[in-house]
Every structure is written in structure tokens, then in C-alpha cells.
Design a protein around this ligand. Structure first.
Ligand code: NDP
Length: 305
């Protein structure tokens, strides 16, 4: 017998083990998380500085706490999704954290996560840090591929894994509380590098009779084709030999740099996004003629120097 849509909805709203939890912060991301937990049938207590934001969630079954301390007191599992670390400090300051499982989804640095882990643990709680790899519309939509990096207490993660998985997939990356932030920022940093390249490409054609909408699919498929370089770089870093599997060597690529700079000048486009990377390529080549047989992996070492 197949389930009717209403059976499926009921099942979705009745998880195998409903986990009561608290959520501090109902901004764009917090609200999306709250809706996903409610839709999955987990009893939810919410708190937000601006109380009006709790109302739509109360209508969907959330319990509203008047203060952050009261919200923390309501459940063992406490998820925090405030703007940055300062409001986290403020919200947790007056709460009794003894025996709580605190999951901090606020975007921050590895150092901030480690300091927060130490502070929370010293107050008698377990701590898990998270880095959300999604935007709010992806939350609760598995097909969109949202996930969260988690690091810190493995015991906490394992115990609450099912509830944590309701809004987005979970990827545990280690006991070091800073590792979720490290992975999060590494991925987002690469993304900004890509955004920089895309901005430069559109700037080059701006003012010419090239429709950005016609360039877009070409750009998009070219960037996708180039993603193979990510694994190639990782292989070379792991092997410690940057001359293995080279497709386009550094000497050739550096020889091409003037073309990129002169094209930008001809088009009246600033080279400020490109020159830092080109300068690193040239430095790597200049350091040792033999580096010309590598590709671009040596730049990683220059950045760490
Ligand atoms: P919003 O700006 O939409 O919401 C911010 C939240 O923080 C609100 O609940 C706001 O309360 C609260 N807040 C801000 N300052 C204070 C304060 N001084 N005291 C108490 N509460 C405060 O941000 P998001 O919900 O989008 O982001 C939340 C976290 O999620 C951030 O760390 C963000 O980096 C991360 N994230 C967000 C993504 C996104 O695309 N939105 C993607 C991945 C991660 P109030 O309603 O009262 O203003």
C-alpha cells in the first residue's frame, strides 16, 4: 500500500525520536532552521531579541521564551544562530549552561570557535561548532544539497545527529572545535576567489556588444570544467611533488600574464583583482627555474610563508 500525501506529511512531522530543542536567533537563517525543525516534528523553543519575529513560528507550534536564559533552561539541546560572536556572548551570559549541549552555528573564525568551546565547556556544557554551507532557501530542502560542517564534541554530535540533520545534511570534521569554521571559511574563501574572477570577466566585456546573458553559460561551464584542478592540487600537495600530473606548466602560464594585463588595460578595466595572484605566480617561478615545470600548486606554499 502506498502512502497518501497526508500520510507522508504526518510521518515527516513525527520523527523516530523527537528531540526537544532551543534555538536562539530568528534572523533569516534562524527562521529557516526553526521552520525545518518544526516541519520535522521536533518540539522547539525559540528566543529572539526582536520578539515580533517569534510570532509566525509560535503560530506553527514553537514555544516562545521571554529571555535567552529561559530558552536555554527549557531544553538540553541549545542551538545558537545569532549574527556574530558578540550577541552570542551576551545571550549566553545570563544562562545556566550546566548539562546543556550547545551547538553554535554562528559564522566565525576557528580561534573564536575554540575560545567559545573552552568558555562553554568550563560552564558545564558540551560544545559543538557549526559552519552552514547553505543559504536560507536551501534549508529543509535536501535536494538543494544544504549541509553543515560540525566540529567539537563527538558525543554531542552523535547523540543529536538525527535532529541536527533535519534542516540540512551533517558533516562532522573533528574534535577540534575550530575545524568546522576552518572548513567553512576555506570553502567560502575559494568562492570569493571565483566571484572575483567572474567580476573581472564581466568587466572585460562590459561596454562591448557582448550580452552578459550570453557570456554567462560559457563562463559557468568553463569554471565547472576547471574544477578538476582542485583535486589535482590536493594530490600534488599530498605527494609533495608539484611536477606530477602537470597539464599547463607555470613557465607557460607566467608567459601569458602580460596578455591578461594588457587586455584589461585595452578594455579600461582595473587589474586589481588579478595582479595579486599573478604576482605570486611570478615569484614562484623567479625563486627557482625548475619551478617552471610545476603548475600553480607552489602558490599555496608562498601564501603560508
Ligand atoms: P540576520 O541578520 O538575518 O539575523 C541576525 C540575528 O542575530 C537576528 O536574530 C538578530 O536579532 C540577532 N542579533 C543581531 N545582533 C544582536 C544583538 N546585539 N543581540 C541579540 N541578537 C542580535 O542573519 P542570519 O540569520 O542570516 O545569520 C545568522 C548566522 O548564520 C550568521 O552568523 C551568518 O553568518 C550565518 N549564516 C547565514 C547565511 C545566510 O545566507 N543568511 C549562510 C550561512 C551562515 P533581531 O531579529 O533582534 O535583529
Amino acid at each position: 500500500m502506498t502512502d497518501t500525501p497526508s500520510d507522508q506529511t504526518r510521518d515527516r512531522a513525527r520523527p523516530a525520536s523527537p528531540t526537544p530543542l532551543t534555538l536562539l536567533g530568528l534572523g533569516a537563517m534562524g527562521t529557516a532552521l526553526a521552520e525545518a525543525w518544526l516541519a520535522a516534528g521536533h518540539p522547539l523553543t525559540v528566543w529572539n531579541r526582536t520578539a515580533a519575529r517569534t510570532e509566525p513560528l509560535a503560530a506553527k507550534g514553537a514555544t516562545v521564551a521571554a529571555t535567552a536564559a529561559a530558552a536555554v533552561a527549557a531544553n538540553r539541546l541549545v542551538v545558537v544562530c545569532l549574527l556574530d560572536d558578540a550577541p552570542v556572548e551576551e545571550a549566553l551570559a545570563g544562562a545556566d549552561l550546566t548539562g546543556r549541549d550547545v551547538v553554535n552555528l554562528v559564522t566565525g573564525t576557528p580561534g573564536t570557535a575554540r575560545a567559545r568551546a573552552a568558555a562553554v565547556t568550563a560552564r558545564g556544557a558540551r560544545y559543538l561548532d557549526g559552519g552552514i554551507m547553505a543559504v536560507p532557501p536551501m534549508i529543509g530542502v535536501p535536494a538543494a544539497g544544504p549541509y553543515v560542517f560540525y566540529s567539537g564534541s563527538r558525543a554531542l554530535f552523535e547523540e543529536h545527529r538525527a535532529a541536527l540533520a533535519a534542516p540540512a545534511g551533517t558533516r562532522y570534521v573533528g574534535e577540534d572545535a575550530g575545524f568546522a569554521a576552518l572548513h567553512d571559511v576555506a570553502l567560502l574563501s575559494a568562492m570569493y576567489g571565483m566571484f572575483a574572477g567572474v567580476a573581472h570577466a564581466f568587466a572585460l566585456v562590459r561596454g562591448e556588444s557582448v550580452d552578459p546573458l550570453e557570456l554567462a553559460p560559457l563562463l559557468s561551464s568553463w569554471l565547472t570544467a576547471m574544477t578538476g584542478s582542485v583535486t589535482a592540487t590536493a594530490r600534488q600537495l599530498t605527494a609533495g611533488d608539484y611536477t606530477k600530473g602537470v597539464v599547463s606548466n607555470l613557465a607557460m602560464q607566467v608567459a601569458g600574464v602580460p596578455t591578461f594585463l594588457h587586455t584589461a588595460q585595452e578594455q579600461g578595466v582595473s587589474t586589481e583583482l588579478l595582479t595579486p595572484y599573478f604576482d605570486l605566480m611570478k615569484r614562484r617561478l623567479a625563486a627557482d627555474d625548475r619551478n617552471g615545470a610545476e603548475d600553480l600548486t607552489g602558490v599555496v606554499d608562498l601564501l603560508r610563508a
